[in-house]
Design a binder for this molecule. Structure first.
Ligand code: AP5
Ligand code: ZN
Length: 207
């Protein structure tokens, strides 16, 4: 199974990815998680990416495409993968098409902007695993602690209200165009075209 999860910041891509990767036993390729790991490790990529991420902008296509291509060479991607937060621009999507990276399904998680700010302000994450909670909508079993490791949860630096608004506008300006891109490809019926499904992301997490 080879999937793309498409959707605005805070739509629930990471949350749903957690279920899908377990069900199909495929790796979750989250470019956001990969960048946050680089920031934490203090690599040159992390140092350059931190400023862009804190401002809510997008890291350059060349860097992201290189990261993902390297990741796809790892053995655990041989039987499938789940892209979370990637591709995010037409050049990123074209690069995957040109490289012959197969996609079976594109799942768009649809959540109106009004719901996003509340989701982000209550989000808590376990940095080592990327597991995501919400203080009200998806609380951990013990307050402030990861369910599996018991380690401390943190708030993401880019979840400040101003940054969230910027990230939403970047989504509408640069990423939402991929809705049309993948819909058209799916409708073309060409060999290798993915199937496209739009899913309402406003119900409870398990729904
Ligand atoms: P990234 O980490 O990809 O962030 P994002 O796309 O902005 O998405 P989020 O992780 O914020 O949201 P999500 O959809 O995963 O929602 P979640 O499940 O956590 O990217 C971060 C930055 O890295 C970018 O801004 C950019 O700078 C850079 N970057 C990354 N990829 C890039 C790329 N390809 N190209 C260039 N730059 C790139 O859920 C959110 C909250 O809502 C949680 O608290 C959750 O518990 C809660 N929630 C989830 N579902 C529900 C529900 N159904 N009801 C109520 N609450 C819910
Ligand atoms: Zn995420």
């Amino acid at each position: 199974m080879r999937l793309i999860l498409l959707g605005a910041p805070g739509a629930g891509k990471g949350t749903q990815a957690g279920f899908i990767k377990d069900k199909y036993n495929i790796p979750q390729i989250s470019t956001g998680d990969m960048l946050r790991a680089a920031v934490k490790a203090g690599t040159p990529l992390g140092i350059a990416a931190k400023k862009i991420m804190d401002e809510g902008g997008l890291v350059s296509d060349d860097i992201i495409i290189g990261l993902v291509k390297d990741r796809l060479k790892e053995g655990d991607c041989a039987h499938g993968y789940l892209f979370d937060g990637f591709p995010r621009t037409i050049p990123q999507a074209d690069a995957m098409k040109d490289a012959g990276v197969a996609i079976d399904y594109v799942l768009e998680i649809d959540v109106p902007d009004e719901a996003i700010v509340e989701r982000m302000s209550g989000r808590r994450v376990h940095p080592a695993s990327g597991r995501t909670y919400h203080v009200k909508f998806n609380p951990p079993k013990a307050e402030g602690r990861d369910d599996i490791t018991g380690e401390e949860l943190i708030q993401r630096d880019d979840d400040k209200e101003e940054t969230v608004k910027k990230r939403l506008s970047v989504y509408h300006n640069q990423t939402e165009v991929l809705v049309g891109y993948y819909n058209q490809w799916a409708a073309s019926g060409k060999p290798g075209a993915p199937k496209y499904r739009k899913i309402a992301g406003v119900g409870p997490v398990d729904q």
